[in-house]
Design a protein around this ligand. Sequence first.
Ligand code: FE2
Length: 426
Amino acid sequence: MLDLLVHNATLPDGATGMSVAVRDGRIVEVTRGLQAPAREVLDAGGLLLSPPFVDPHFHMDATLSYGLPRVNQSGTLLEGIALWGELKPLLKAEALIERALAYCDWAVAKGLLAIRSHVDTSDASLLAVDALLEVKRRVAPYLDLQLVAFPQDGVLRSPGGVDNLKRALDKGVDVVGGIPHFERTMADGAASVKLLCEIAAERGKLVDMHCDESDDPLSRHIETLAFEAQRLGLQGRVTGSHCTSMHSMDNYYVSKLLPLIAESGVAVVSNPLINITLQGRHDSYPKRRGMTRVPELMAAGVNVAFGHDCVMDPWYGMGSGDMLEVAHMGLHVAQMTSQAGIRQCFDAVTVNAARVMQLEGHGLEAGCHASFVLLQARDPVEAIRLRATRLKVYRRGRLLAETPAATAALHLAGRAPATSWMNPRA
Ligand code: FE2
């Protein structure tokens, strides 16, 4: 007896009429038109059944703090960092936990079931670290939260930076972070990358650094990160986040850089909503988009994922935990408007992001966790176009969230009442 049988689903690879059989929280079979007894049956009605969304880059310690203690006037990255510095001494653990839990509720409702969040380790009290470790414990029954020790003020630049970061790792933070472009000099930035990768190698941790979040074409810390990943045998365990300077780099240099990144097994996480908002702020016109070279990295064989980065915090006042919105912006900014390009953007917020986080059992094959989202869309392209409603969200065979289908009731003169959900085939 199965626990759950999903009928008549379309899968992201285009397979239609598919059945997904679930027992003990795992997918046991994926095949066309399966008939078998099950405690619960879900008719997908030909709609898209997707693996859960995954956000590989977020800041949960800052989320939902928009306006505290004031709004970012210039809208720049640097004023955002300064504003976060003003907010930090005012943070109370309980309020931070409450905001983070509220965001996790939003995430689950949007089918976002795994988040890698950076947590600022610059403050010697490690208040945010303790708070997010508590959040991780509380959400564990319904959401995978992975934490990155993130020295926001620069691990070398800020007093006690290295010690604070190590103490955060001791407390159970999963990943080593960094911010080389925010150190005082290029040399210090490179030294921070080397030091942090060595700490990760010693402790058997993953690495995910904010790397070259800058419009300066000479910000080349991704090169050092890729080199160190190879030197220390960390292939497949290192991520460079943002990498926006690559947008502005010399093309000849990039032609040498891309193979190095690919060989080193370093993944790249781009954050389209934030990059298009924060980059190019020092330009008059033309204004650079600033997002990293997503299609070129993908073509070079690099695993590229998209992150949300910020929702209603000192850097960004928008957002709702909707990774389809992230993919939507990503395909616009990268001009990935071909059918294949749009599907790659869907992968960037699902399977590619899961690879970045090294999530076990993410996917829609037999043996994977029975975690999936039924979308009000017929394929990944339509899902992104409509930022489709998450009709049902399942995790490990359990229904976590439902949202009613989005339909407009039309009352048009001279026409019978009708409904529409903006689907040309509906
Ligand atoms: Fe970030």
